[in-house]
Ligand binder design. Structure first.
Ligand code: ADP
Length: 625
């Protein structure tokens, strides 16, 4: 087959442009990326050879070779792993597989300001070779094939593919170093880079030089080493190998012995992965059996609500030839998973209780994902309830736990109050919170979409039901307060009850079609009106959220609460029965309902009518000659 010229996917070209022009300070990581790929390729072949040993032939010792030809300015990295055939060379090295990357590049990859540090999270991987090389040549032969293929590119939009020659299966990457990057042709520099970044790689990395061959790394799987023999840097480098791009927020390394034996080395990232809520996102925990890589797709090994975990689980009990399908409902996997979840939860709890600041970082990133566990994972619900944290009306910027909340509940308070919405600041300003604030009753502020799912699923904590502050029947009157009653209700301001009742009756008549009821509010102190949902009806904000997502057509009528202590309401109540008051009260009722809608962040159904009414009121209030 003759040489063929092909174009990279647009996104790849864009990525290559960023990579080639980046002033990234750590160019040397290109070597780590290529060695990491080589090691993965060996892992994959080792697994396939379990069922098809002839794929290995006589070449049974996996290794990565690194060698330099200074005169030719050439650095070569060669593995005897699974290799790539023509199709995989084109697709694996010409497209970006990771979901979300394209969208990100679409948004950020246009200008020169695109930054490799942020883009690093998409795994620049193989393409990082173009940070240091003018030209990259890949010669690869897929295990089991007879034919090798040669891929060549200068990283500017095109690559060629042709038949090639290779001595057996595997992949050789040849980098023609840029003049400015000749330091990577120096053996001692290379040795140092490999030691720094790739020491944890479990197969030998062999440098061939004038003095013959030398294995540069320790070549034992990092997770099998004892904790005390692993440095923080080594842990971090291994984290990079399993796809981490930031610093790990938490590293947990432990060995389970007993009925089952397995080793775990797990990481929690310190930054939020861009695709955390991508439905196709999977966890990043790789399954090994007795040091042999099996899959990075063992779905049941880690629950979805811990999908931000990365690392390795290495089992001594699973059979080596375990098929990926069998893993689906394998009891050993299920037991390992259960232990892993418990251990990770206990680590979270320790942090939450001892290092609240650090925990806050974690919680801001992953809190919404953890909360999925509250309704998905019945077995661990109690433990999850101990590590969930909330912003609240009392906590300012500090997070509070459910136990904090319950410990601060007032006498007579029998519910855990919460209010939900999209943005913390807007939620804090909700008029429905006024009465709670006046009585010093704490309210949890919920701003994650997932809150609308776990709250009804969980229902109660320590015998106390969760209750929305935007719902009728808050029973604030029954709750004792340590705040001076005077500041709560200024009875002198309130008009007679009869007049308020009459006002309410008129409001009801006017707004009959639009609201379910009009009531005196216990929860308002400063605002004149607010909307609440009736007990048993859907929460105001849940309804809005579902509508935004087109998941709900139906609308629920709301209750309009009015504050009899508010000056405007007082004046309106006083006017009831006086001549000409009827029409004014009607107009006021409509205006106030629209006002309550606006405060709630809802659309008003007839903005023109609203404006006309408002203008009339303003005009009548102007001084006349
Ligand atoms: P990643 O390794 O994160 O998937 P890369 O861009 O580094 O991304 O590599 C893309 C793909 O190319 C890999 O997933 C793998 O399928 C293939 N690949 C890269 N290097 C090798 C290699 N040395 N041997 C076999 N396949 C490789």
């Amino acid at each position: 087959m003759a040489e063929e010229k092909l174009r990279f996917e647009t996104e790849v070209s864009r990525l290559l442009h960023i990579v080639a022009n980046s002033l990234y300070s750590q160019k040397e990581i290109f070597l780590r990326e290529l060695i990491s790929n080589a090691s993965d390729a060996c892992d994959r072949l080792r697994y396939e050879a379990l069922t098809d040993p002839k794929l290995l032939g006589d070449d049974t010792e996996f290794r990565v070779l690194v060698s330099v030809d200074k005169k030719a300015r050439m650095l070569e990295i060669s593995d005897n792993g699974i290799g790539m055939n023509r199709t995989s060379l084109i697709s694996d090295l010409g497209t970006i597989a990771r979901s979300g990357t394209s969208a990100y590049l679409e948004e950020h990859g246009q200008g020169d300001d695109a930054d490799l540090n942020t883009i690093g999270q998409f795994g620049v991987g193989f393409y990082s070779a173009f940070m240091v090389a003018d030209e990259v040549e890949v010669i690869s032969q897929r295990a089991g094939d007879e034919q090798a293929w040669r891929w060549l590119s200068d990283g500017t939009g095109e690559f060629t593919i042709a038949e090639g020659n290779r001595d057996g299966r595997g992949t050789t990457i040849r980098l023609k170093m840029r003049k400015t990057d000749e330091e990577y042709l120096d053996n001692s520099r290379l040795r140092q880079i490999i030691k720094t970044y790739s020491d944890h790689i479990a197969l030998p990395i062999v440098m061939t030089g004038d003095d013959g061959e030398e294995t540069v790394n320790e070549a034992s799987a990092l997770w099998t080493r004892q904790k005390k023999n692993v440095t923080k840097e080594q842990y971090t480098e291994f984290y990079r190998h399993v796809g981490g791009f930031d610093e790990p927020w938490l590293t947990v390394h432990w060995h389970v012995e007993g009925k089952l034996e397995y080793r775990n080395l797990l990481y929690v990232p310190s930054a939020k992965p861009f695709d955390l809520f991508d439905p196709s996102r999977k966890h990043g925990v790789r399954l090994y059996v007795k040091r042999v890589f099996i899959t990075d797709d063992a779905e049941n090994l880690v629950p979805a609500w811990l999908r931000f975990l990365r690392g390795v689980v290495d089992s001594e009990d699973l059979p080596l030839n375990v098929s990926r399908e069998i893993l689906q409902d394998n009891p050993t996997i299920a037991r390992m998973r259960s232990t892993i979840v418990k251990r990770v939860l206990s680590e979270f709890r320790k942090k939450a209780e001892k290092k609240a600041d650090e925990y806050k970082l974690f919680w801001d990133n992953f809190g919404p994902v953890i909360k999925e566990g509250l309704y998905e994972d019945f077995e661990n619900r109690d433990a999850i309830q101990k590590i969930v944290r909330f912003y609240s009306t009392t906590g300012n910027d500090d997070l509070v736990s459910l136990d904090d909340y319950v410990g601060r509940m007032k006498k007579g308070q029998d519910a855990i109050y919460y209010i939900s919405g999209e943005e913390l600041d807007a939620v804090r300003r909700s008029p429905q919170l006024e009465g709670f604030a006046a009585k010093g009753i704490e309210v949890l502020l919920l701003t994650d979409a997932v809150d609308e799912f776990w709250i009804p699923a969980v229902g109660i904590y320590e015998g106390k039901p969760f209750k929305s502050a935007t719902r009728a029947g808050a029973d604030l009157d029954k709750i004792e307060t340590d705040i001076e009653e005077d500041s709560v209700k200024d009875e002198d301001n309130s008009p007679e009850k009869g007049k308020v009742d009459a006002l309410i009756a008129m409001f009801k008549l006017t707004l009959n079609d639009e609201v379910k009821d009009v009531r005196v509010s216990e929860r308002l102190t400063d605002s004149a009106v607010c909307l609440v949902s009736d007990e048993g009806d859907m929460d105001l904000r849940v309804e809005r959220m579902l509508k935004q997502q087109n998941q709900l057509q139906q609308s629920f009528k709301r209750i309009l609460e009015i504050n009899p202590r508010h000056a405007l309401i007082t004046a309106l109540a006083q006017s009831v029965g006086k001549e000409g008051a009827g029409e004014k009260v009607e107009e006021a009722a409509r205006l106030l309902l629209d006002q309550a809608r606006i405060i709630e962040g809802e659309q008003i159904p007839d903005p023109t009518a609203f404006s006309r009414r408002l203008n009339t009121v303003m005009a009548s209030a102007l001084p006349v000659e």
